[in-house]
Design a protein around this ligand. Sequence first.
Ligand code: OOB
Length: 577
Amino acid sequence: MTISFTRWPEELVSQYRKKGYWINKPLTDLILKGDDDKVAIVCTGRVSAHSTEEHRTFTYRDLREQSSVLAYFLAQNLGVSEGDTVLVQLPNIAEFYIVYFALMKLGAVPVNALFSHNERELRSYSEQVNPTVFIGSNTHKLFSDDAFATELKKLSPNLEHFLLVEVSEWAMSIDTVLTKAIETKQHALESIFAMQLQRDEHTVSGEVAFFQLSGGSTGTPKLIPRTHNDYYFSIRRSAEICELTSDERYLCALPCAHNYPMSSPGAFGVFWAGGTVYMAPSPEPQACLDLIEKYRITMAALVPPAAAMWVDALESSMSASNSSASFKPDGVRQLDSLRLIQVGGAKLSDSLARRIPQTLGCQLQQVLGMAEGLVNYTRLDDDIETIMTTQGRPMCSLDEVKVVDEVGNEVTNGEAGELVTRGPYTIRGYYNAPEHNRQVFDEGGFYYTGDLVRQDERGYLTVVGRDKDQINRGGEKIAAEEVENLLLKHELIMHSALVSMPDKTMGEKSCAFIVPKLKTHTLKSVGLRKYLRTHGIADYKIPDRFEFIDTLPLTHVGKPNKVMLRQIISERLNKER
Ligand code: OOB
């Protein structure tokens, strides 16, 4: 059983294979290289509130064995088999990777929800893929009791099993499963080995390995089918560009399920190179800077607001120790192990970019990527101006990139236009979304990213804006339509429009313009936030600000004029300042 998806045309498939981009190996291959006793993962977050262990260490042997054992358990006890879909929602803990590789070994296809996702997102993923198993954590508020699990089961006809990474009355714990299964390991490993042999790597690697999540601009979050071949290529090429070796000590402080810390080059690139991934629960600066010192971290991936927090924290601690009469050199952090900080996910300002190498004493790399595929990097040997002012260039020569105007004609170098692309690791269509696919893919298979960019004569891209109905809240993407649709269900709301507003820390925050049904309304921000929460959307999607107005300004085709709304809110913010 395989998942249906829009395939690349045959002639391109053979080109990608000939060029050695697609090597017909499944993603399970990623964890084969690391030495048995080498540490693959150090997990610095707690599994549960009750756990006393703070830092847990997993060698490559552990990662290989535990994923095999879990695969065995999933197949034998829960009946998971090739082509089954599994909904996974785990925080930044090592089990995220153990589960991922267990599922890859079985040919089961995960959707990795973000830990910040809530009822609404999980319901939508479940409806779209009809999973047989849910793997989560009861440190998530939704799974502290079984109410939501029961609801999700009712909603998804195939969903029979819940597996939580902590003991609870109604669910099996992965820890327990692994302990039990490790006792019978020999048997388990042999069975898994046999299972893998039955699968033809060449065929499997051209199929869907897992679903990535799209930032989205529509009412329902879209799923992105990534194949073994295309994803593996993007990981290997990213690892090469970032010059990863088995000495790499990579800090994963962004949500581990996101495409960027997973594959650009992320944890998977580090596994491929045989290095070590250190997982932090969040990018909170004090804890992360402590980890960098303690473990002599060499590389970390950040979004701009996190980079700003790190730089601010360091600058204020430096000025405190400099101005103090009793200056203590050991009061300053030892961050000399750090060689590379990546910043991506949202636009990095020139001014912040320049403070990063100064303060952290390491190199900066800008990353402009997307879960749909295309990733651009500044290169390690680029000149300073390129690194500070561009978001890099595509990672390989077969990435086709065009910058086009409103009618689809290519603009000249240096002019702004929409970034459109196709290539060996960019999808040809979202999962099961023919209508939306017709809007964002053209007949030649080019994906219209909705990003407004300029490209220079060397191929470097600079992001100058966005032509998609999305808010980028410091790297977290919010589809305006999704929030607007929920607001419209409110009995006192006539119209709603969600737009971005400038924010010093996050780059952008969200503002909802509301037209109430009655002139004498009693709507308040607090009430609307509560209303949205009861509808179970992720917290980061709840508007930062509400503005009540009598009518929405419209464009000449009768849609809410969001350019004007963004202007209105910017002016109000300026006045308030
Ligand atoms: C990454 O992936 P997504 O899927 O969450 O978001 C993609 C979108 C891009 O289309 C663009 O609008 C924005 O995020 N974006 C940037 C950016 N990097 C991403 N906008 C401005 N400057 C940048 N450097 O965000 C992602 C995936 C892989 C690697 C890095 C980021």
